[in-house]
Each structure stands twice: as C-alpha cells, then as structure tokens.
Ligand binder design. Structure first.
Ligand SMILES: Cc1ncc(C[n+]2csc(CCOP(=O)(O)OP(=O)(O)O)c2C)c(N)n1
Length: 375
C-alpha cells in the first residue's frame, strides 16, 4: 500500500486540561470567554513552536485553532505562517499545505485545522497520496464548530447546532493510504509530529530521483524487526527488490521503478528477500585509524569480491568522534587524494565514502569532482 504523511490527532483526551489552562489565561488577562468545548491550547501552541524554528511552513485554518496559533505561534521569517484571515474561509489549510509543499518541496509543511474544517476538505488526502506530495495535517478534535460555539456562548449564553460526530480519524487516514496517529496527551504531540515530519520516507516521497543505500548495524535487531519497521513506515514499498549483484540497475532505472532503497545488514539479513548481507555485497577498507598516517586502502570485510566499494574515512577517538578531525580529513585536497589512492589500489573509485560529520569539510565537493571524472 502506498502510504503518506498525514497526522491526525484526536485531542479530546486532553480537552479538559487545556480548557482549564485557557481559563487560567483568561483570568490572567483577557483572552476572551472560554468554555470546555474549546480544545486548543497553550500546550499545543508551545509544542508547535519547535516546528517554527525548523524552517517549517504552517497553514492555519479558520476556527478556534486560529485564535491560539495566532497568539502563540512565533514566526521568524516572512510567509512561514499562513492564516485564513479576513473572510476566514474554512478548510483552506489542507489544500493550502498541498500547494505550499509543491512550491517548497524542501520544507516541512503542516496544516493545523479543526475537525470541522478538516472534514470539509479531507478528500484531498487522496490527491496528495496519488500525487506523492507529503505534508502533515494536525487536526484538533472537539466534535464541534468550537469557535462558533464560543461566540454563541458569548452572545446567547448557550449553544445550538454546533456539535457533530466524527469518524475515526486514524482509520480515515489509513483508508486513503496515508498514515494516521492519535495523540492522547499534550506531551505526545511533539514526538509524534517529529516522527511524521522527519523520516526517511518523507524525504524519498519528496525527492523521487534520490536513491538511498542503508547498512543497518543490527546488533540486537532481527531481520524480522527490520522488516516490521519498514512495513510500518511505508518504506517497504520503495525497497530495491532486484539481485544485489552485477549488473546493478542504473540510478535512473531505480528511480523509474521506484525501488530506491537498497537495504543491507551488517550481521544477519536472513528471511527477508530484499535485505542483504552487507559484506557479501560490499568490500571495504579498514576503519580504525587513530591518526591520518594510519589510513589504509587494504581490503577488509568483503575481501575483494563485493561489487560495491566502501571507503571508510574517519579518525577514531573515544568516546566520541571529533569535529576537528573531520575538518582535517574531510578537507578537499586530503579527501580527494585518499579517494585517488583508493582507486589506484583497489582498481575502482569508491561507491561509498563513509565519514564523520559529513557537513564539515568538503565531502560533497569531492564527490562532485569524483562523479564528474567518472562520467
Ligand atoms: C466555509 C466556511 N464556512 C463557515 C465558516 C464560519 N466558521 C468559522 S470558524 C467555524 C467553526 C470551525 O470549526 P472547526 O474547524 O471544527 O474548528 P474549531 O473552531 O472547533 O477549532 C465556522 C463554521 C467559515 N469561516 N468558512
């Protein structure tokens, strides 16, 4: 099944807590009249703050959710928080998030909406799944038009015709081929959001030309554990299922067939057809170098038979690797020279270069140079 990023949070479990916090805020100075019907929330607001610092883009729907997001969600750059204001049309945030993700595929996009607004536009999840556009929908669930109920309370002292029943939102998301999560307490919100926003799957969906090779350091993890996690995350739909030996498909062929994740285990891959024994597939260099004079291109695990070549390229220090070493060995000239030496010794450029602190130094520039040479 084709699964996508959609988060559906049923918040009713913490409604009372949040409403009472909101009442405390009201007593402390003027947030308007609030009732227990109003779910959302200082707790939600502060949790979502973490998202705003991470260059995210949030679209906020009309409803009580807007009142709280507008008050509590800090923005640091223009146009990173889009709110349905003015005529305040409901249900804009879901298709709005879709459009925002198309325009900014590299950014994390979140639609924050009430259950009323969500149910007006939920069918667009099908479009998002079909078009492979991953974004996250956070639904505040209170089984009613909360903002309208709030206003009715203020004007009439009672509420009329603002309550409705809801489907099971997690099942609804799943039935579209999206992923659904239910959040039962405020402190679950941030970890769940992170999970939905940050995973490899999101990256692959939004970067359809990218291929990823994973080598899982699987001490204490069975192949069946790995397979279960791949199934739960949706990644199993994208794994490479061909033979892990020459002739390998080209990267373009892998992208076109959408088999873009090559998965290997350091130790045990038995019983899962797309999972391979890393050092039957790869050959590598040693990896325990304590200073730069010790770098060696000699065969290590995988001997000289593996069809993919791995160059290990970092300085070992206990208990943690050091960025200062990475700056030295990931520098352009040093790293390029080692790759050339590897090529002379092993008869081929490395297919993989393993480093510490990949963003320190010039790794990407070196790889670019090497790839140009190979073309
Ligand atoms: C298309 C549209 N219909 C009606 C309204 C009036 N309206 C504003 S907020 C709201 C209720 C929103 O309910 P919900 O999405 O569940 O959010 P909550 O207020 O419960 O957080 C309504 C009906 C509107 N703004 N836009």
């Amino acid at each position: 099944m084709d699964r996508r990023q959609v988060i559906v949070g049923a918040m009713s479990g913490v409604a009372a807590l949040w409403a009472s916090r909101a009442r405390a805020a009201q007593q402390a100075g003027g947030v308007g009249r609030l009732t227990d019907k109003i779910v959302v929330t200082e707790a939600g607001g502060t949790n979502v703050v973490a998202f705003s610092t991470a260059d995210g883009l949030v679209l906020v729907d009309s409803g009580a959710v807007k009142m709280w997001m507008a008050r509590l969600y800090p923005t640091y750059r223009p146009n990173t928080c889009l709110i349905s204001n003015g005529l305040a049309t409901m249900a804009f945030s879901l298709p709005g998030a879709f459009a925002a993700k198309l325009v900014h595929p590299e950014r994390k996009v979140l639609a924050a909406m009430g259950d009323g607004a969500f149910l007006m536009s939920a069918a667009e999840i099908e479009t998002a799944v079909r078009e492979r556009v991953p974004f996250v929908i956070l639904v505040w669930v209170d089984g009613g038009y909360g903002l309208i109920g709030w206003k009715q309370d203020i004007h009439f002292g009672r509420q009329a015709a603002v309550s409705f029943g809801n489907p099971d939102f997690v099942q609804l998301a799943e039935s579209f081929g999206a992923r659904g999560y239910q959040i039962g307490a405020a402190d679950e919100l941030l970890p769940t959001l992170r999970k939905a926003l940050d995973d490899v799957y999101e990256f692959l969906v939004s970067h359809p030309q990218e291929v990823i090779v994973m080598v899982i350091q699987d001490e204490g993890v069975t192949p069946q554990d790995v397979a279960a996690q791949f199934a739960a995350s949706g990644l199993d739909a994208l794994v490479y299922r061909g033979p892990a030996e020459p002739p390998w498909p080209t990267l373009r062929e892998m992208a076109e067939s959408d088999q873009r994740v090559v998965v290997m285990a350091e130790n045990n891959s038995s019983g899962v057809p797309w999972y391979h024994q890393a050092f039957e597939v790869m050959q590598e260099t040693p990896y325990t170098f304590h200073d730069t004079t010790q770098f060696s291109e000699a065969p290590n695990r995988g001997g000289t038979t593996g069809s993919l070549l791995l160059m290990n390229h970092w300085i070992e220090t206990a208990p943690m690797p050091k960025p200062s070493n990475a700056a030295m060995v990931n520098a352009y000239d040093f790293l390029l020279r080692r790759a050339r030496r590897f090529q002379r010794t092993r008869g081929h450029l490395p297919n993989f270069v393993a480093v510490d602190f990949y963003a320190t130094g010039d790794l990407m520039r070196v790889v670019q140079t090497l790839n140009d040479v190979r073309r």
